[in-house]
Design a protein around this ligand. Structure first.
Ligand SMILES: Nc1ncnc2c1ncn2[C@@H]1O[C@H](COP(=O)(O)OP(=O)(O)OP(=O)(O)O)[C@@H](O)[C@H]1O
Ligand SMILES: [Mg+2]
Length: 296
């Protein structure tokens, strides 16, 4: 058997294996009928493209167009659309497993994209690798999970933000600005990050993104696991980043009240599709949103 032949066969076996596995899970959760009904209902009331553009102030800086994306061969987002103007903030809410984190993953380049386009400014960034996303498209991603380096000092953690961009000098200057703004971090700059409390770590993670000087900030669950005064502090930083530094912010927030109060635009995601969109403060008043996500 030639080498070429052998490679082909292996490739085919691999495809079979993945398709068998990938086709498994979905139908077992909901009957095909129920899924189709739910999808129909959502599609009938889904916001239109012009509504999304209007919310974005008439001109999108970042846009996601008819995106179909997921993991392996499993499609999680079905023709998902998003528009956000430069310097705006957008908050995604929705039930667990709806695909909120997957939207952020897809912008950053962590998913398989089957169809659709992600654009930032004039650039098509759909198939850019995560490291290019930061360097070439100016996107920084603050993960849902803890991402500080525990054995490095607080200031070294901040400088890391600059190494990721190959700009260590600028990073040091930016880090000094962070310390001027947040005395809480300055007081601990020479200590290893592991001594920080949960809230202080979140502060450090968000400040590190600031040192990377991105245009677009993706933030997954900024308030997760924090007590109220830290939640307020985290939202103050985000507000500062948006209002003073002009960053464009897309966030996912389980705390729908906080997220929608903060954001210019709110999106409700259900089963990988956009179910509702509106100004953050209007969605806060929406009875469905209240019933489902605000406990009222
Ligand atoms: N790395 C992965 N590999 C395979 N499937 C994944 C992966 N990450 C998420 N999924 C699946 O994609 C679907 C959407 O997950 P996602 O994390 O986007 O939901 P979410 O809306 O952020 O939920 P939560 O509110 O619980 O954070 C889920 O069914 C999940 O099991
Ligand atoms: Mg999530």
């Amino acid at each position: 058997m030639s080498d070429e032949k052998r490679t082909q066969e292996t490739e085919e076996q691999r495809r079979k294996r993945i398709s068998g596995y990938g086709m498994g899970g979905v139908d077992t959760v909901m009957s095909v009928d129920a899924v189709a009904k739910e999808a129909e209902r959502i599609a009938a009331n889904a916001p239109k493209e012009e509504d999304l553009l209007h919310l974005a102030g008439g001109e999108a800086f970042l846009s996601i167009e008819k995106l179909r994306a997921g993991y392996g061969r499993m499609e999680i987002l079905h023709e998902f659309d998003l528009r956000i103007g430069k310097g705006q903030s957008l908050c995604l809410i929705g039930p667990n497993g709806a695909g909120k984190s997957t939207v952020l993953h897809s912008i950053f380049g962590f998913t398989n994209i089957f169809a659709g386009v992600v654009r930032i400014g004039e650039k098509d960034v759909t198939h850019m690798k995560p490291n290019q996303k930061l360097l070439e498209a100016g996107v920084a991603y603050i993960l849902q999970d803890n991402s500080v380096f525990p054995d490095m000092t607080v200031e070294e953690n901040l400088w890391m933000g600059g190494f990721l961009k190959n700009r260590p000098e600028e990073a040091r200057e930016a880090a000094e600005k962070v310390f001027e703004k947040y005395p809480r971090l300055a007081a601990r700059r020479k200590q290893p990050a592991r001594v920080l409390s949960g809230g202080e770590r979140r502060l450090l993670e968000i400040s590190r993104a600031l040192v990377m000087q991105p245009e677009v900030l993706l933030v997954d669950e900024p308030s997760i696991g924090l007590e109220p005064r830290f939640i307020d502090m985290v939202f103050e930083i985000l507000e500062d980043l948006q209002k003073t530094e002009g960053k464009t912010i897309i966030m996912v927030e389980q705390n729908a009240k906080k997220g929608l109060e903060f954001a210019d635009i709110g999106y409700v995601l259900v089963s990988g599709q956009l179910a509702k969109a509106g100004p953050g403060d209007e969605l806060l008043e929406d009875p469905d949103v209240g019933r489902l996500f605000l406990g009222g």
